[in-house]
Design a protein around this ligand. Structure first.
Ligand code: SF4
Length: 523
């Protein structure tokens, strides 16, 4: 095997996967954007998503800052040395991380230490197969944590919904109707937390481990392919049609596009078991592939439009300056948007209403899981007092002694629900920026202390990187690792939607309630 050649192709595969959304996925988003009501939050979200896709491509930079779990699906000829191949893939991952194509995303569960290069026990993830051809087929899926957390597994028969709870209560049996109920329940549970519109990979059957694995493998299929099994083809179409009637919409803002595609496979099961496993994928559905011959030359790039890489921006050396000069097109929303300048006063905050679009100027502090746990347990950070916390784990490169933010979209806020109310109260936080919304405890704290929840567009990492004008400081980088550190960022024209105001109104609670009724109608 020509190793240097192979390394080059594997590095390029990571770059393309991280920065270029596949055409079949982009087509769905582009086509369906036209169906959203003009001026709606769903329309705004999809317009920013599409701009972000274009920006990532032009800058050759990550579509989303969460470059996710690195999932390789590799098929080799019989007798091929898979160990050598795995080593080369790992070397490419290390280099891609250093170049900023991948975020430092591998954390030791025992020590809590981020390995810093995306290698470690179980990362990346390799799925090996063999075929009777001479070629090596390498496919890569980068699957973010926000959407992975929304994946679900059901064991039939089961009953969904809690007695008197928020979701409709239904018994689901061991048949395709039961499978249908499980999938729609998973979509309803996800709401906007997994950066919808979502794409679903589903496995019926198998054991628990195979179920999840095969569900994820369904995401290798093209969005517009047709399942060869007529029963499953019909179910896939039905799920997409009915999920889009739930009115959960992009980012959970309400709207038409909740699910862009559903792919279902089946594995034999034990008589005692009937699992339904749902792999929820966000709109940042990053998968690419390459087929190599025996000399490691490229036979074909997969999931690629003809001529897609003819004017590849990689050769134009995307620059930091370029990142910052792209302006964000908000259209009519710009005129209606409320400009907020930090520091925010309580009066500024209490004037805001759920549904307002804002453009934020000034200083924000990133803070996510480790930071919230630390602050909740008594940690101190004077700088954030009276400030704005941004749930974000950015990709930041250090160049000539300066930090450059390469990607900086929001992370899922609900994980901070156990801590957020206390942090708002103790530090007088005036705004929390994130995505997917937060719960009743945070809503109460917003009301009591004059704080607001601003929903940024999940996955729009290039839009938000372009808003960052300066990295002023970083706290706790050594302690928690770069994505978990507190980055003090100066932003300009940072777009967001007020989804939880200081008067107790939550758009998330409203969409969950209205979509529950729609779900009851299709179950
Ligand atoms: S788009 Fe959302 S769910 Fe997907 S990787 Fe990015 S932050 Fe995570």
């Amino acid at each position: 095997m020509n190793c240097s050649n192979f390394h080059t192709h594997m590095l390029e595969l990571i770059r393309r996967t991280s920065a270029y959304l596949p055409p079949d996925v982009t087509n769905v988003i582009e086509t369906r954007q036209a169906f959203e009501a003009k001026g709606s939050k769903a329309d705004l979200a999809l317009r920013l998503v599409l701009q972000n896709i274009g920006l990532a491509k032009r800058q050759s930079a990550p579509i989303c800052q969460d470059t996710g779990t690195i999932n390789y699906f590799i098929t080799t000829p019989v007798g091929f040395n898979q160990l050598d191949l795995q080593e080369i893939c790992c070397d490419a991952v290390v280099e891609a991380t250093a170049k900023g194509y991948l975020r430092q995303n591998s954390v030791d569960c025992i020590t809590g230490r981020n390995t810093g290069n995306n290698l470690g026990a179980g990362s990346p993830v390799f799925h090996w197969h063999q075929h009777k051809k001479d070629t090596v087929d390498v496919r890569l899926i980068l699957k973010g944590g926000g959407c992975e957390n929304m994946s679900a597994q059901y064991s039939l028969p089961t009953t969904i919904g809690e007695p008197g709870g928020v979701s409709p209560r239904r018994r689901l049996d061991r048949d395709l109707d039961g499978v249908h109920g499980c999938i729609l329940d998973a979509v309803w549970q996800a709401q906007g937390k997994g950066c919808g519109p979502g794409f679903l990979g589903v496995c019926i059957g198998g054991d628990r481990a195979l179920g999840y694995e095969f569900a994820k493998e369904q995401l290798l299929r093209e969005v517009d392919d047709v399942n060869p099994l007529p029963e499953l083809a019909a179910l896939e179409a039905r799920i997409v049609e009915e999920a889009n009637r739930l009115n959960i919409g992009p980012m959970g803002f309400g709207g038409n596009l909740t699910v862009g595609g559903c792919k279902i496979g089946a594995r034999n099961r034990l008589p005692a078991s009937y699992f339904v496993s749902v792999a929820y994928m966000c709109w940042a559905y990053r998968r690419r592939g390459v087929v190599l011959d025996e000399s490691c030359d490229v036979v074909e790039w997969l999931y690629q439009a003809p001529g897609e890489f003819d004017n590849d921006p990689a050769s134009r050396a995307a620059s930091a300056a370029g990142l910052q000069t792209e302006s964000i097109q908000l259209g009519a929303d710009r005129k209606q948007a409320i400009t907020l300048n930090t520091p925010l006063s309580e009066t500024d905050v209490r004037k805001l209403k759920a549904g307002d679009v804002v453009l934020l100027n000034g200083t924000v502090f990133t803070g996510r899981d480790e930071v919230h746990k630390h602050l909740f347990k008594g940690g101190e950070l004077e700088a954030i007092k009276g400030g704005i916390i941004y749930h974000c784990g950015p990709v930041v490169l250090e160049e000539k002694g300066k930090h450059r933010v390469v990607a900086a979209g929001p992370t899922t806020s609900i994980r901070e629900e156990p801590y957020q109310a206390d942090v708002i109260a103790r530090f007088g936080v005036k705004a929390v920026i994130g995505k997917g919304g937060m719960g009743a405890k945070t809503s109460e704290a917003c009301k009591a202390h004059g704080c607001v929840y601003l929903h940024a567009i999940g996955g729009a990492a290039q839009i938000y990187a372009a808003c960052v004008r300066e990295v002023k400081n970083v706290y706790w980088k050594e302690k928690f690792g770069s994505p978990e550190a507190v980055w003090e960022l100066v932003v300009k024209d940072f777009p967001a939607v007020v989804t939880m105001d200081a008067h107790g109104r939550s758009l998330h609670a409203e969409v969950a309630e209205s979509s529950k009724k729609e779900l009851a109608a299709v179950l």
